[in-house]
Design a protein around this ligand. Structure first.
Ligand SMILES: Nc1nc2c(ncn2[C@@H]2O[C@H](COP(=O)(O)OP(=O)(O)OP(=O)(O)O)[C@@H](O)[C@H]2O)c(=O)[nH]1
Length: 428
C-alpha cells in the first residue's frame, strides 16, 4: 500500500546481518522506508558478516555481486540499511558507479520531504547539512549528478555543492533562526500552561495511525496520507471529553527504529512538546507482525528525549484488521486503563479511548459548588471554558450558584482567590 507510481528512482537495497540474524520485519521496514522516499526497488542484496569491512562495509566478493546487480538492473542508486562512513560511501560509489546513500541519508530524505512547518524545514536542513558536510569532499563529477534524487533533495539541496565555508555559514544562520523559533515555542508553551489545559501527546512508530486517530479525536482535518512520516510537525488541537473536561491533543513526528542521532538532536525541540505532556497516547499498529519490537523502538526514543517518566496509555490501533480482536479497554492492577484496542479508521472503540482518557485525567478532578457575585461574570465565563458545568442557576438577588467539576490545580487557584467553594467531593 506504500507503492507509488513508477516514476521513482531505480534503487538497489542492501541489508546485511551483522553479527546476528536480522528479524524479517527489519528488512520489510527498510523496504517501506525506501519506497516512502520515492524509490522503485529494482533489486535487493542480503548476506551476513561478523563485522563491517572498514573500506566498503561489505566484503569484496559481495561488492562484485552489487556491481553486477546495479549494472543488470540499471539502478541509479544503492541504499544501505546501515550507517556508512563517508569513506565507505566514497569507495562504494567509485566501484559501483552510482550514488550510495546510507540509512541516515535515507531517513533525512524522508524527513526533508515531509517537513511542513518552517521550524521542521529548518531542522531538517540543518541535520542534512551536518550529515553531508563530512561527505562533500568526494565531489560528484564521476557520477551523473541527478538533481533532487534521494539523499540530495530537500531544503538543503542548493547548498550541496557549495564549499565548506559557505556551508558552515549557512549552518550558523540556521542555528540562530532555530534558537529564535525555540524561544517563540517556549512562549507558546507558557501561554498554554497558563490556560491550564492538560496536553495529551500522540506518539508512535511511523505509520501506526497517529494522524488518523488525531483526526478522529479532534476532527481537525490535519494532513494525513498513506505515507510514512506524513506528520512531521506537532499539531495542537483542543478536545472536549464526554465528561466535559478539556485537553489539548498534540500529534507528533512518526518514530522510526535506529533514528540517526543527528535527527534525534534536530527534533529534540519539536519533541519537547512531548516532555510537557500530562499523558502520552502511544499508538501501536496492532496488526503489525512485530508490534512489540516497534513499540520497544518508540520507548527507546522516548527515553532518549527524556519522556520516559510520563504516564502513558497504549492505543492498539487497526483492530479492524484483526478478526480475533475487538475494541476494549485493558486495565492494570490498580484498575486504571493501560491499553485501549480500537480502529481509528472505522472509529470503533474511539469512545472507549475518550472514556479511558477521562479516567486518567479525572483522577485529578473535583466536584464542587460555587457562589458567584454579580460582578464575577468574567470568572463565570472562565469556568465555562475550563470546567464541566453541571448546573448554573442565577440567584434572585444577583450572581450565580454553580455546580461543577474542575481540575485540582484550578480549584486550588480559585480557592486562593477567595472564591466561595463548598461541598468538595473528591475523585469524581
Ligand atoms: N485498516 C486500518 N488502517 C488504518 C487505521 N488507522 C490508520 N490506518 C492507515 O494507516 C496508514 C497510516 O496512518 P497515519 O495516520 O498516516 O499514520 P501515522 O502514525 O500518523 O504516520 P506517520 O505520520 O508516518 O508517523 C494510513 O494508510 C491510514 O489510512 C485503522 O484503524 N485501520
Amino acid at each position: 500500500m506504500f507503492e507509488r507510481p513508477s516514476a521513482g528512482e531505480r534503487a538497489v537495497l542492501v541489508h546485511l546481518d551483522i553479527g546476528s540474524t536480522a528479524e524479517p520485519d527489519e528488512r520489510e521496514e527498510f523496504r517501506r522506508l525506501a519506497v516512502a522516499a520515492g524509490a522503485e526497488v529494482v533489486g535487493t542484496l542480503g548476506g551476513s558478516r561478523a563485522t563491517p569491512d572498514p573500506k566498503l562495509f561489505i566484503g569484496t566478493g559481495k561488492c562484485d555481486e552489487l556491481i553486477a546487480l546495479v549494472a543488470g538492473t540499471e539502478a541509479e542508486l544503492v541504499i544501505f540499511n546501515h550507517p556508512l562512513s563517508p569513506g565507505q560511501e566514497r569507495n562504494l560509489e567509485r566501484l559501483v558507479k552510482c550514488r550510495v546513500v546510507d540509512r541516515s541519508g535515507l531517513i533525512l530524505d524522508i524527513f526533508a520531504q515531509r517537513a511542513r512547518s518552517f521550524e521542521g524545514k529548518l531542522q531538517v536542513e540543518l541535520a542534512q547539512l551536518k550529515h553531508m558536510s563530512t561527505r562533500l569532499v568526494r565531489g560528484w563529477t564521476h557520477l551523473e549528478r541527478q538533481k533532487g534524487g534521494i539523499g540530495l533533495r530537500g531544503p538543503g539541496e542548493t547548498q550541496l555543492e557549495t564549499d565548506r565555508r559557505l556551508l558552515s555559514k549557512r549552518m550558523t544562520v540556521l542555528d540562530r533562526r532555530l534558537d529564535r523559533i525555540q524561544v517563540q515555542r517556549a512562549q507558546g508553551r507558557k501561554a498554554r500552561d497558563k490556560a491550564e489545559l492538560p496536553v495529551l501527546s500522540l506518539v508512535g512508530y511511523t505509520n501506526a495511525g497517529k494522524s488518523t486517530l488525531f483526526n478522529r479525536l479532534t476532527e481537525a482535518g490535519v494532513f494525513q496520507a498513506d505515507q510514512l512520516f506524513a506528520t512531521l510537525d506537532p499539531t495542537l488541537r483542543r478536545l472536549t471529553l464526554p465528561d466535559g473536561g478539556r485537553v489539548l491533543v498534540a500529534d507528533t513526528v512518526g518514530f522510526v527504529g535506529r533514528l540517526p542521532h543527528e535527527l534525534v538532536a534536530a527534533f529534540r525541540s519539536t519533541l519537547e512538546e512531548t516532555r510537557s505532556a500530562a499523558l502520552l497516547l502511544h499508538v501501536v499498529e496492532a496488526s503489525a507482525p512485530h508490534r512489540a519490537r516497534l513499540a520497544a523502538d518508540v520507548e527507546q526514543v522516548l527515553a532518549e528525549i527524556g519522556s520516559d517518566e510520563i504516564p502513558r496509555l497504549e492505543v492498539y490501533n487497526k483492530v479492524d484488521l484483526l478478526p480475533d480482536e475487538s475494541p476494549r479497554i485493558e486495565r492494570d492492577a490498580a484498575g486504571l486503563p493501560s491499553r485501549v484496542w480500537l480502529s481509528a479508521h472505522t472509529g470503533a472503540g474511539v469512545d472507549l479511548l475518550l472514556q479511558a482518557i477521562s479516567e486518567w485525567l479525572g483522577r485529578d478532578r473535583i466536584r464542587c459548588s460555587l457562589d458567584l457575585e454579580p460582578e464575577e461574570g468574567r470568572l463565570r465565563a472562565w469556568l465555562f471554558e475550563h470546567a464541566q458545568i453541571i448546573s448554573d442557576v442565577a440567584k434572585p438577588a444577583g450572581g450565580w450558584s454553580m455546580d461543577l467539576i474542575i481540575g485540582r490545580p484550578d480549584r486550588e487557584r480559585l480557592a486562593a482567590r477567595n472564591a466561595r467553594f463548598s461541598e468538595d467531593k473528591e475523585g469524581v
